[in-house]
Design a protein around this ligand. Structure first.
Ligand SMILES: *Cc1c(COP(=O)(O)O)cnc(C)c1O
Length: 363
């Protein structure tokens, strides 16, 4: 492959589109004839400002967001949002509902309990997180401040393909690992957030999107950096933002836009999932999927092989054959294939070719 690159199925930080790397490389030493790298410009300069505001506009365009949404670029990862959300929005005397679908939800719940009353509306630990809740299983509270959920469980490989109906209660959603991977209606979401390092570029910048009516319910008197109001009022320029991360995200969003936006991403991700899961289903005695079919993630596919020895061999031989990052999360074991937006269908076809050969030799 070009530059001797390999197929990279890392889980986060993860593959980025080659076109984006090439673009960054070309403008690295002399950004738009300024004689400087964009990283050498002040976050108050017109050079940086153009990128900053274009990135906001691209987020809105790609997700189809109206003027009622605020777009923020924060730091501290999704993990800081786990605390900021209840700190700002879990109001005294009220409670918030949390849908627990895996370790990221568990972490969000732990933080929320520091700030107020949490109702676990579904506890996936009872089914070892191998499936997502059906609508009728959710025990939602009338008048909750919000319903928190994780749209894609990166570690176990489950993903909501339809969002729950919360009867008008704003949804607070951790979209870290499937942001911009398919089309969806943004209206029910009071807040959506995600670290950039899966679908949107490098680590170190967190995309946060707030719906204005929900935003206005926020508690007052919170320390500045942890108050959404500070960042909304200053267009994420209260302090120095991660200018590199935002520039990189800008290029990734431009790439998506040129590819045909979220409709094209959805098509590409559906195709990849069909190729991989289709092959697994045809060979389920060797490549056994670990979650229920209707909960399967298009971003992270998890499977077990007949033995742990074979799994280790699969990861090692895969690596030599040019497939990086096939090992499952340390808490789960097995094999995990992360196939975020930047992974083309061709990579999954190549991987399935390798899986066929491996099974023929070891089956
Ligand atoms: C990767 C991931 C996180 C971790 O976020 P940080 O940016 O490292 O804080 C949180 N939630 C989900 C769903 C993830 O996939």
């Amino acid at each position: 492959m070009k530059y001797d690159r390999i197929w990279n199925f890392n889980h986060g930080p993860a593959a980025v589109p080659l076109e984006v790397l090439e673009h960054m490389h070309e403008s690295w030493f002399n950004y738009q004839n300024t004689g400087m790298n964009l990283m050498e410009w002040s976050h108050r300069s017109k050079e940086y400002d153009a990128i900053h505001n274009e990135t906001v506009a691209l987020v809105k365009k790609l997700l189809g967001l109206g003027d009622e949404f605020h777009v923020l670029f924060l730091q501290g990862g999704a993990s800081t949002q786990f605390a900021m959300i209840p700190m700002n929005f879990l109001l005294d005397g009220k409670s918030a509902d949390y849908i627990n679908t895996g370790s990221w939800s568990v972490k969000a719940i732990k933080e929320a309990r520091l700030f107020g009353d949490v109702n676990v509306a579904f506890d996936g630990s009872e089914v070892n997180f191998t499936r997502l809740p059906k609508q009728h299983e959710l025990k939602l509270t009338d008048g909750a401040c919000y319903v928190h959920m994780t749209s894609n469980n990166t570690i176990k490989g489950t993903e909501f393909h339809e969002f729950p109906d919360t009867h008008g209660v704003p949804i607070a959603c951790d979209m870290s690992s499937d942001f911009f991977s398919h089309r969806f209606d943004p209206k029910p979401f009071g807040i959506m957030y995600g670290g950039a390092q899966k679908n949107l570029g490098p680590s170190g910048v967190t995309l946060v999107i707030l719906r204005d009516d929900f935003y206005r319910t926020a508690r007052q008197g919170i320390t500045s950096m942890l108050s959404y109001a500070t960042h909304v009022d200053k267009n994420s320029l209260y302090n120095t933002p991660n200018t590199f991360g935002i520039w990189f995200m800008n290029r990734v969003l431009n790439w998506m836009d040129e590819m045909g936006g979220l409709a094209a991403m959805e098509e590409r991700n559906r195709e990849k999932a069909q190729i991989l899961y289709g092959f697994m289903d045809d060979n389920a005695e060797f490549y056994r999927g670990t979650v229920e079919k209707d909960s399967r993630s298009w971003m992270n596919a998890c499977m077990r092989l007949p033995s742990e020895d074979l799994e280790a061999k699969f990861v090692a031989e895969g690596k030599s054959a040019g497939f990086n990052g096939l090992k499952g999360h340390r808490s789960v074991g097995g094999i995990r294939v992360s196939m975020y937006n930047a992974i083309p269908p061709e990579a999954i076809r190549d991987l399935v070719g390798f899986m066929k050969d491996f099974m023929a030799k070891n089956g």
